[in-house]
Structures are given as structure tokens and as C-alpha cells.
Ligand binder design. Structure first.
Ligand SMILES: Cc1ncc(COP(=O)(O)O)c(C=O)c1O
Length: 489
């Protein structure tokens, strides 16, 4: 059989080079039972490279990555805050990193204590009664949360509740989750101030409403001024309130979503409690619930009991569970990092985190709103949404071009074209970990780009100029990545 080689895959390979030194084999070699089981590269032989070649190759690749450790990352909705290195030190302690998920409970009491206490802290900070740490991301948490809502209605013999309401500002994962759980999605309009439009909500809510999914602060970076009325309207109709806690970083220690009427909420540990984001995983999206939904949480949860005068931590099965949603016990390393962050900051420190996140966002917003349009001109929370509408109308430079030009200035781009209700949206979230120096430089550079759009629009339209690759077909690049074993420079 002829194997088609990717042309550049092995371009730094040289016959005879190797990066390992193993002792002579002292047992007879044994042929593979079925060579066709091997993937192509293994069948034609692995690249032959020295240790230094490998180190240089991967070091080089890592330098091409943009990271929060490398520069400002104002990616709205994603809370790209700095992840303290202390979290990493604790997660790497051998007593935590070298345990096996199948070890008997008695041998991992410390790990279980961390998980138990993390559940308690999250419940306390968010104002709920029970928590699962199993979900591996925010969207996964949404799935769990909406399944608990479904299980609750079914357990009460209420099969007529077939609809989930989602504001038009919602993150795409909210309606997608509701649809995946078999609900019909009903979109609720936002009003002129960016809140849920109460009149529209009253028209759409009814005996078929299973619940409403609300992000608060919402994706416009605004705290919904009507949230208590929204909860009341939904509850009066017999529905439940789902809180998308992706924006929890704005309100830690200031307000508890559980006190606002939410019955269930996911928390993205990677956004609020400083754990790495990592390309769709290994994140962590714990789900907090009020007591009425606790019987449906994924099983097991971590609990504790007193045994012969000693505290014993154990996995407790949940009575009417929706089932297990993650192998073993969730992304434990992330739990350790979030736990460390909470313990280091304490209650006061967490409140300060949010206050500074909100302060930084308002400082940026007020400094940029003369240059870029600000569709919802209100005090923002931890992020805000500008519009590139003016630039597009006056110069033909689109928001996409502005985002690409920011790459030339050494930044990660903000989130663009989301939320969908803002034309030419530029969603900026500085986070609390950025200094005023960084924010001032960003303001200066954003103003400079606005000038360039007026004076040299083609420069912006053809950006980026200074990056390893220029404009890509991003959908194809993501779906059919050409991962090459290529040595740059
Ligand atoms: C408002 C909101 N909800 C949900 C999610 C989904 O979270 P995750 O990326 O952890 O799956 C995000 C992610 O950006 C978000 O911003």
C-alpha cells in the first residue's frame, strides 16, 4: 500500500537523528499483530529529530501562540484574566496531581475535602444550596442545568412545559442547549436600555414555559435592572430561572444570583476563578442549584459525615439524578486551581476582584466612547460593547478590519459581531488584572486605529501585516487545520 505523505510533515527530519537513548533491548522483538491498525505516520516511520530539534520546534510553536501571559487579551465574554502561577504550583503538588481517580476514598480524603469545600464556597458565593463539579465547560454546565429543569417538571407530572425563553442578547450556547434538551426556544426582545423587555416577556410566558435562561450581567455588559421582575414573572407562570454565570466575575461578593431569583446557574471556573481556558477544555463549569433542583444533579456529589469523631469525605449518589455527565469526578486539576484562587483572595478579595473588573471596563468605555459608537450608554459592568458602525459608514473600514489591525499592534482582538443585536459589535473586556498603563496604551492604540481608518483605510482593510499568517479563511482553518511539522525561520 502506498502512503501519501503530507509534504511538509517531516521536513526537519534527518535520517539517524534521535531524541532518546534507551538501553539495548534485552527481550526478543515481537512484530505487531496487525500493521494496518497503525496511523499513517507511524507506518511510514516517525520523524527523526534530535532533542534540540524537538525543543526548538515546540518552543517556536509556543511563541506563535497568543496568550494572556504574553499580552493584553480583551476578548469580551471570555474573561481572559491572568491565571496566578500559585494555582499551578498547588495543582502540581504530587499528592494532588499523582492520585488516580479510581483510588479508594480513604486514600484521597484531601482531594475530596477540596472538592467538598469548593462546592460549599461556590454555593455560598453564588447563593445556592447544592453544586455539581462534573461539567467540563460552561456550555456543558448549561446542558446539565437545563436537564435538571426538565427533570423537575417531569417529576411533577408537568409535561406541557415545552418552551425555554432566551433573550435576544443571549450567548449562542443558551438557545442551542435548550434545543438540545428538546425545548422550543422562544426569543425575548431586549428593551432600549439593554434589559429584558418586560412587556414582551409577559406576552410570551405561559403554562408551556419551562424556564428562562438569562445572563446577568448580560452580554452587553449591563446588569439587568429588571431582573427581580423577570424572575417573578417566570416563577408566577410556573417556570424556573436559569442563570448563565459566564459573567459572574462582575458581581463577586456584591450580589448573589441565588438572591435574584435564579434557581440554577453554571459558573465558568475558567472565567471567574482563574483556571486556564484551554480550547474548549479542560475547562470546568460547575452547576449551582436551589434545593428544589438538588435531587436531579449529576451523580455523585461529594459529601461529608462524622465517623468515629473524624470527618470522612465520600461520593454520595443523588436520588433522582439526571445521570453522570463526565468521566470520573470532573476536571479535578481545575477544581484545585479555583479552590486556591478562592482561598487566596477570601471574601473581601473576591469583591475587590469584581470592583476592579468593573472599574477597568468603565474606564476603557468612557475613554473610547467619543471615538467609537457606544450603543448602550450606561454604566457598564465588567465589559462593554462598542460599534464600528461609524467607521464603516464613513470609511468602509469594518469591525473585522479594526480587529485585524489590533493584531498588528500586538493585542488579541476583542470579541466581534457578538452580541448579535449590536451592528458591527466590538465587545471589550479588560478584566481586573490589567494595569492602568496597559489600558492607557490600548486606548491610545484604538484611537490611532480610528485615525488610520479615516486617513489610510487600506492599511486597516489589509491588516494584519505583522503576523506569521495574514487573513485566513477562518472557518476552513478551524475545520481543516493543516498542522505541519514545519520549522520556521
Ligand atoms: C455568556 C456565555 N455563556 C456561555 C458560554 C459558554 O461557556 P464555555 O465556553 O465555558 O462552554 C460563554 C462562553 O464564552 C459565554 O460567554
Amino acid at each position: 500500500m502506498t502512503v501519501q505523505l503530507e509534504p511538509l510533515i517531516y521536513e526537519i527530519s534527518q535520517p539517524g537523528r534521535k531524541a532518546f537513548s534507551l538501553p539495548e533491548c534485552d527481550v526478543p522483538g515481537s512484530p505487531l499483530p496487525d500493521v494496518t491498525l497503525l496511523r499513517d505516520p507511524a507506518r511510514i516511520g516517525l520523524p527523526e529529530v534530535s532533542e534540540l530539534d524537538v525543543v526548538r520546534h515546540f518552543t517556536h510553536l509556543s511563541r506563535l501562540n497568543y496568550s494572556i501571559d504574553g499580552g493584553f487579551y480583551p476578548l469580551g465574554s471570555c474573561t481572559m484574566k491572568y491565571n496566578p502561577k500559585l494555582n499551578e504550583d498547588v495543582a502540581r503538588l504530587s499528592g494532588l496531581s499523582e492520585i488516580h481517580p479510581l483510588q479508594p476514598e480513604e486514600t484521597v480524603q484531601g482531594a475530596l475535602q477540596i472538592q467538598y469545600e469548593l462546592q460549599q464556597y461556590l454555593a455560598e458565593i453564588a447563593g445556592f444550596e447544592a453544586v455539581t463539579l462534573q461539567p467540563a465547560a460552561g456550555a456543558h454546565g448549561e446542558l446539565v442545568g437545563v436537564l435538571t429543569i426538565r427533570a423537575y417538571h417531569r417529576a411533577h407530572g408537568d409535561f406541557a412545559r415545552t418552551k425555554i425563553l432566551c433573550p435576544d442578547a443571549a450567548h449562542g450556547t443558551n438557545p442551542a442547549t435548550a434545543a438540545m434538551c428538546g425545548f422550543q426556544v422562544i426569543t425575548i426582545k431586549s428593551d432600549k436600555r439593554g434589559n429584558v423587555d418586560l412587556n414582551h416577556l409577559r406576552q410570551m410566558v405561559g403554562p408551556d414555559t419551562a424556564g428562562l435562561m438569562l445572563t446577568n450581567p448580560n452580554t452587553l455588559g449591563l446588569f439587568d435592572e429588571n431582573v427581580l421582575e423577570v424572575s417573578e414573572i417566570v416563577h408566577q407562570a410556573g417556570g424556573l430561572m436559569y442563570g448563565d454565570g459566564a459573567n459572574f466575575n462582575a458581581i463577586l461578593g456584591i450580589v448573589r444570583p441565588g438572591d435574584l431569583g435564579f434557581d440554577v446557574m453554571h459558573i465558568n471556573l475558567h472565567k471567574t476563578f482563574s483556571t486556564p481556558h484551554g480550547g474548549g477544555g479542560p475547562g470546568s463549569g460547575p452547576v449551582c442549584v436551589k434545593a428544589l433542583l438538588a435531587p436531579y444533579l449529576p451523580s455523585p456529589v461529594v459529601d461529608k459525615e462524622e465517623k468515629k469523631g473524624q470527618t470522612h469525605y465520600f461520593f454520595r449518589e443523588v436520588s433522582e439524578t439526571i445521570g453522570k455527565v463526565r468521566s470520573f469526578w470532573g476536571n479535578f486539576g481545575m477544581h484545585v486551581r479555583a479552590y486556591t484562587y478562592i482561598r487566596v483572595h477570601g471574601a473581601e478579595g473576591l469583591r475587590t476582584v469584581s470592583e476592579n473588573a468593573v472599574l477597568n471596563a468603565n474606564y476603557l468605555m468612557n475613554s473610547l466612547k467619543e471615538v467609537y459608537e457606544l450603543p448602550y450608554d450606561r454604566t457598564c459592568m465588567h465589559e462593554f460593547v462598542l460599534s464600528g458602525r461609524r467607521q464603516k459608514a464613513n470609511t468602509g473600514v469594518k469591525t473585522l478590519d479594526i480587529a485585524k489591525r489590533l493584531l498588528d499592534y500586538g493585542y488579541h482582538s476583542p470579541t466581534i459581531y457578538f452580541p448579535l443585536i449590536v451592528e458591527e459589535a466590538l465587545m471589550i473586556e479588560p478584566t481586573e488584572t490589567e494595569s492602568k498603563t496597559t489600558l492607557d496604551k490600548f486606548i491610545e492604540d484604538m484611537c490611532q486605529i480610528a485615525c488610520e481608518a479615516e486617513e489610510e483605510p487600506d492599511l486597516v482593510k489589509n491588516a494584519p501585516q505583522n503576523t506569521p499568517v495574514q487573513r485566513l479563511d477562518e472557518a476552513t482553518a478551524a475545520r481543516k487545520p493543516q498542522v505541519r511539522f514545519r520549522c520556521f525561520g
